[in-house]
Design a protein. Structure first.
Ligand SMILES: [Zn+2]
Length: 281
Protein backbone atom coordinates (compact mmCIF):
# COMPACT_ATOMS: atom_id res chain seq x y z
CA UNK A 1 0.00 0.00 0.00
CA UNK A 2 2.74 2.43 1.03
CA UNK A 3 4.77 1.36 -1.96
CA UNK A 4 1.86 1.98 -4.29
CA UNK A 5 1.40 5.45 -2.86
CA UNK A 6 5.15 6.13 -3.11
CA UNK A 7 5.14 5.03 -6.75
CA UNK A 8 2.25 7.42 -7.42
CA UNK A 9 4.27 10.21 -5.75
CA UNK A 10 7.38 9.45 -7.79
CA UNK A 11 6.97 12.18 -10.47
CA UNK A 12 6.46 14.81 -7.74
CA UNK A 13 9.53 13.55 -5.82
CA UNK A 14 11.64 13.51 -8.97
CA UNK A 15 10.73 17.13 -9.70
CA UNK A 16 11.49 18.17 -6.10
CA UNK A 17 14.87 16.42 -6.34
CA UNK A 18 15.75 18.12 -9.59
CA UNK A 19 14.71 21.62 -8.51
CA UNK A 20 15.69 21.51 -4.89
CA UNK A 21 18.30 18.82 -4.28
CA UNK A 22 19.52 18.17 -0.75
CA UNK A 23 21.52 15.86 1.48
CA UNK A 24 19.75 12.55 2.21
CA UNK A 25 21.21 10.65 5.16
CA UNK A 26 20.46 6.92 5.19
CA UNK A 27 19.98 5.20 8.55
CA UNK A 28 21.13 1.63 9.09
CA UNK A 29 21.77 -0.33 12.28
CA UNK A 30 22.89 -3.92 11.70
CA UNK A 31 24.11 -5.85 8.68
CA UNK A 32 23.67 -9.53 9.52
CA UNK A 33 21.97 -12.77 8.57
CA UNK A 34 19.12 -13.24 11.04
CA UNK A 35 16.55 -16.06 10.93
CA UNK A 36 13.57 -13.67 11.00
CA UNK A 37 12.80 -10.15 9.81
CA UNK A 38 14.14 -7.47 12.13
CA UNK A 39 13.47 -3.80 11.42
CA UNK A 40 17.02 -2.83 12.42
CA UNK A 41 18.84 -5.48 10.39
CA UNK A 42 19.59 -5.81 6.70
CA UNK A 43 21.26 -8.91 5.28
CA UNK A 44 24.74 -8.56 3.78
CA UNK A 45 23.26 -9.41 0.35
CA UNK A 46 20.65 -6.68 0.64
CA UNK A 47 23.22 -4.20 1.92
CA UNK A 48 25.54 -4.94 -1.00
CA UNK A 49 22.63 -4.41 -3.39
CA UNK A 50 21.89 -1.04 -1.73
CA UNK A 51 25.52 0.11 -1.83
CA UNK A 52 25.94 -0.91 -5.45
CA UNK A 53 22.92 1.22 -6.31
CA UNK A 54 24.01 4.09 -4.05
CA UNK A 55 27.45 4.17 -5.67
CA UNK A 56 25.76 5.46 -8.83
CA UNK A 57 25.03 8.66 -6.88
CA UNK A 58 27.20 11.23 -5.12
CA UNK A 59 27.85 9.79 -1.64
CA UNK A 60 29.64 12.02 0.87
CA UNK A 61 30.94 11.90 4.44
CA UNK A 62 28.97 13.88 7.03
CA UNK A 63 31.82 16.42 6.99
CA UNK A 64 31.40 17.03 3.26
CA UNK A 65 27.62 16.91 3.53
CA UNK A 66 27.64 19.51 6.27
CA UNK A 67 30.00 21.71 4.28
CA UNK A 68 27.63 21.51 1.33
CA UNK A 69 24.68 22.48 3.56
CA UNK A 70 26.64 25.40 5.00
CA UNK A 71 27.65 26.61 1.55
CA UNK A 72 23.98 27.50 1.10
CA UNK A 73 23.50 25.70 -2.20
CA UNK A 74 23.39 22.03 -3.10
CA UNK A 75 23.60 21.46 -6.85
CA UNK A 76 22.95 17.73 -7.03
CA UNK A 77 21.40 15.20 -4.65
CA UNK A 78 23.93 14.12 -2.02
CA UNK A 79 23.75 10.98 0.11
CA UNK A 80 25.40 9.92 3.37
CA UNK A 81 25.34 6.58 5.19
CA UNK A 82 25.04 6.16 8.98
CA UNK A 83 24.88 3.24 11.40
CA UNK A 84 23.50 3.48 14.95
CA UNK A 85 24.51 1.60 18.14
CA UNK A 86 27.98 0.33 17.15
CA UNK A 87 27.32 -3.29 16.21
CA UNK A 88 30.25 -5.64 15.61
CA UNK A 89 28.74 -6.54 12.23
CA UNK A 90 29.36 -2.97 11.05
CA UNK A 91 33.05 -3.98 10.98
CA UNK A 92 32.74 -7.61 9.88
CA UNK A 93 29.88 -7.38 7.38
CA UNK A 94 29.27 -3.76 6.38
CA UNK A 95 32.82 -2.42 6.09
CA UNK A 96 34.00 -4.77 3.30
CA UNK A 97 30.91 -3.84 1.26
CA UNK A 98 31.38 -0.12 1.94
CA UNK A 99 35.00 -0.44 0.82
CA UNK A 100 34.07 -2.39 -2.30
CA UNK A 101 31.89 0.52 -3.44
CA UNK A 102 34.08 3.27 -1.88
CA UNK A 103 31.24 4.58 0.26
CA UNK A 104 32.01 6.70 3.34
CA UNK A 105 29.95 6.13 6.49
CA UNK A 106 29.49 7.35 10.05
CA UNK A 107 29.05 4.90 12.93
CA UNK A 108 27.43 6.18 16.14
CA UNK A 109 28.71 4.25 19.15
CA UNK A 110 27.34 4.00 22.69
CA UNK A 111 30.33 3.96 25.02
CA UNK A 112 29.01 1.40 27.56
CA UNK A 113 28.28 -0.94 24.64
CA UNK A 114 31.94 -0.57 23.53
CA UNK A 115 32.99 -1.29 27.15
CA UNK A 116 30.97 -4.53 26.74
CA UNK A 117 29.23 -3.52 29.98
CA UNK A 118 25.81 -3.07 28.37
CA UNK A 119 24.19 -4.06 25.10
CA UNK A 120 21.18 -2.97 23.12
CA UNK A 121 18.15 -4.42 24.97
CA UNK A 122 16.42 -5.37 21.71
CA UNK A 123 18.68 -8.38 21.18
CA UNK A 124 18.99 -9.69 24.77
CA UNK A 125 22.00 -11.89 25.41
CA UNK A 126 23.37 -13.54 22.31
CA UNK A 127 25.99 -16.25 21.99
CA UNK A 128 27.94 -13.98 19.70
CA UNK A 129 29.25 -10.63 20.88
CA UNK A 130 26.89 -7.92 19.66
CA UNK A 131 28.86 -4.68 19.89
CA UNK A 132 32.20 -3.33 18.74
CA UNK A 133 34.88 -3.16 21.44
CA UNK A 134 37.22 -0.19 21.69
CA UNK A 135 40.02 -1.84 19.67
CA UNK A 136 37.55 -2.37 16.85
CA UNK A 137 36.22 1.19 17.11
CA UNK A 138 39.83 2.39 16.86
CA UNK A 139 40.37 0.22 13.79
CA UNK A 140 37.27 1.71 12.19
CA UNK A 141 38.29 5.26 13.15
CA UNK A 142 41.61 4.74 11.35
CA UNK A 143 39.88 3.41 8.23
CA UNK A 144 39.65 6.03 5.46
CA UNK A 145 36.06 7.12 4.92
CA UNK A 146 34.81 6.00 8.36
CA UNK A 147 33.76 8.58 10.96
CA UNK A 148 32.89 7.71 14.56
CA UNK A 149 30.12 9.68 16.26
CA UNK A 150 28.51 9.55 19.71
CA UNK A 151 25.29 7.77 20.61
CA UNK A 152 25.53 8.57 24.37
CA UNK A 153 26.98 6.56 27.27
CA UNK A 154 24.09 4.15 27.94
CA UNK A 155 21.53 4.63 25.13
CA UNK A 156 18.84 6.12 27.41
CA UNK A 157 15.61 7.75 26.37
CA UNK A 158 17.16 11.21 26.81
CA UNK A 159 14.02 13.34 27.41
CA UNK A 160 13.12 11.20 30.45
CA UNK A 161 16.40 11.96 32.24
CA UNK A 162 17.08 14.74 34.72
CA UNK A 163 19.15 17.68 33.49
CA UNK A 164 22.47 16.53 34.99
CA UNK A 165 22.15 12.97 33.70
CA UNK A 166 21.17 14.11 30.21
CA UNK A 167 24.13 16.50 30.11
CA UNK A 168 26.44 13.72 31.22
CA UNK A 169 25.20 11.31 28.53
CA UNK A 170 25.75 13.89 25.81
CA UNK A 171 28.94 15.54 27.06
CA UNK A 172 30.85 12.63 28.64
CA UNK A 173 30.28 10.26 25.71
CA UNK A 174 31.92 12.80 23.41
CA UNK A 175 34.87 13.18 25.81
CA UNK A 176 35.29 9.40 26.25
CA UNK A 177 35.24 8.63 22.53
CA UNK A 178 37.65 11.50 21.84
CA UNK A 179 40.04 10.19 24.52
CA UNK A 180 39.94 6.64 23.09
CA UNK A 181 40.39 7.72 19.48
CA UNK A 182 42.62 10.77 19.93
CA UNK A 183 40.34 12.73 17.64
CA UNK A 184 37.47 15.17 18.08
CA UNK A 185 33.93 13.83 17.87
CA UNK A 186 31.84 16.08 15.67
CA UNK A 187 28.53 14.22 15.41
CA UNK A 188 25.84 13.07 17.81
CA UNK A 189 22.89 10.75 17.30
CA UNK A 190 19.82 10.91 19.62
CA UNK A 191 18.89 7.42 20.90
CA UNK A 192 15.49 6.46 19.45
CA UNK A 193 15.56 9.84 17.72
CA UNK A 194 13.39 11.57 20.31
CA UNK A 195 14.58 14.90 21.57
CA UNK A 196 13.34 18.06 23.17
CA UNK A 197 14.63 21.65 23.20
CA UNK A 198 16.80 20.71 26.18
CA UNK A 199 18.70 18.02 24.24
CA UNK A 200 19.23 20.41 21.33
CA UNK A 201 20.82 22.91 23.68
CA UNK A 202 22.96 20.30 25.46
CA UNK A 203 24.30 18.89 22.19
CA UNK A 204 25.24 22.38 21.06
CA UNK A 205 26.88 23.18 24.39
CA UNK A 206 28.85 19.92 24.35
CA UNK A 207 30.62 21.12 21.21
CA UNK A 208 29.20 18.83 18.55
CA UNK A 209 29.08 20.25 15.01
CA UNK A 210 25.80 18.52 14.13
CA UNK A 211 23.38 15.81 15.22
CA UNK A 212 21.10 13.34 13.46
CA UNK A 213 17.51 12.50 14.38
CA UNK A 214 15.00 10.03 12.97
CA UNK A 215 12.79 12.74 11.44
CA UNK A 216 12.33 11.69 7.80
CA UNK A 217 13.12 13.61 4.65
CA UNK A 218 16.01 15.36 2.98
CA UNK A 219 18.26 18.11 4.42
CA UNK A 220 18.51 21.52 2.82
CA UNK A 221 20.74 24.48 3.69
CA UNK A 222 17.98 25.81 5.98
CA UNK A 223 17.67 22.57 8.00
CA UNK A 224 18.73 22.82 11.67
CA UNK A 225 22.06 20.98 11.71
CA UNK A 226 21.28 19.67 15.20
CA UNK A 227 18.16 17.93 13.88
CA UNK A 228 19.37 16.43 10.63
CA UNK A 229 16.78 14.23 8.97
CA UNK A 230 17.37 10.61 8.04
CA UNK A 231 15.78 7.97 5.86
CA UNK A 232 15.39 4.57 7.49
CA UNK A 233 16.40 1.64 5.29
CA UNK A 234 15.28 -1.92 6.04
CA UNK A 235 15.57 -5.44 4.65
CA UNK A 236 12.20 -4.91 2.95
CA UNK A 237 13.73 -2.29 0.68
CA UNK A 238 14.35 -4.31 -2.44
CA UNK A 239 15.98 -2.44 -5.32
CA UNK A 240 12.83 -0.73 -6.71
CA UNK A 241 11.76 0.37 -3.22
CA UNK A 242 15.30 1.50 -2.31
CA UNK A 243 15.31 3.68 -5.44
CA UNK A 244 11.96 5.18 -4.42
CA UNK A 245 13.44 6.00 -1.00
CA UNK A 246 16.56 7.59 -2.53
CA UNK A 247 14.47 9.88 -4.67
CA UNK A 248 12.21 10.83 -1.76
CA UNK A 249 8.97 9.27 -2.96
CA UNK A 250 8.36 7.86 0.54
CA UNK A 251 8.94 11.22 2.28
CA UNK A 252 5.30 12.42 2.35
CA UNK A 253 4.17 9.08 3.85
CA UNK A 254 7.05 9.07 6.36
CA UNK A 255 6.28 12.67 7.36
CA UNK A 256 2.73 11.68 8.30
CA UNK A 257 3.88 8.62 10.27
CA UNK A 258 6.57 10.64 12.05
CA UNK A 259 4.15 13.46 12.94
CA UNK A 260 1.81 10.90 14.49
CA UNK A 261 4.66 9.40 16.50
CA UNK A 262 5.86 12.86 17.65
CA UNK A 263 2.32 13.76 18.76
CA UNK A 264 2.11 10.61 20.87
CA UNK A 265 5.52 11.46 22.34
CA UNK A 266 4.40 15.03 23.20
CA UNK A 267 1.18 13.76 24.79
CA UNK A 268 3.09 11.27 26.93
CA UNK A 269 5.45 13.96 28.17
CA UNK A 270 2.79 16.60 28.74
CA UNK A 271 1.31 14.50 31.58
CA UNK A 272 1.20 16.42 34.86
CA UNK A 273 4.09 15.46 37.10
CA UNK A 274 6.31 14.41 34.23
CA UNK A 275 9.83 15.40 35.15
CA UNK A 276 10.92 15.52 31.57
CA UNK A 277 9.70 18.93 30.47
CA UNK A 278 12.12 20.63 28.19
CA UNK A 279 13.88 23.57 29.73
CA UNK A 280 13.56 26.63 27.54
CA UNK A 281 16.75 27.79 25.92
ZN1 LIG B 1 20.29 3.53 18.95
Amino acid sequence: MRRLLATALLPYAALQNAWHPGLRILMYHRVARLPAYDQLTVSPQRFAQHMQELARHRVVSLDDGLRALQSGRIRQPLFAVTFDDGYLDNLTEALPILQRYRIPATIFVTTRFCDQALSHPRYGTTAQRLHLNWDEVQTLARTPGITIGSHTLTHPYLPTLGDAAAAQEIHDSRAQIAARLHQTVAYFCYPSGDLSARELLLVRQAGYAAAVSVAPGVNHPGTDRYQLRRTEITERDDLPQFRLKLIGAFDPIHHILHARRSRRFAQRHAQPGASTEATSS
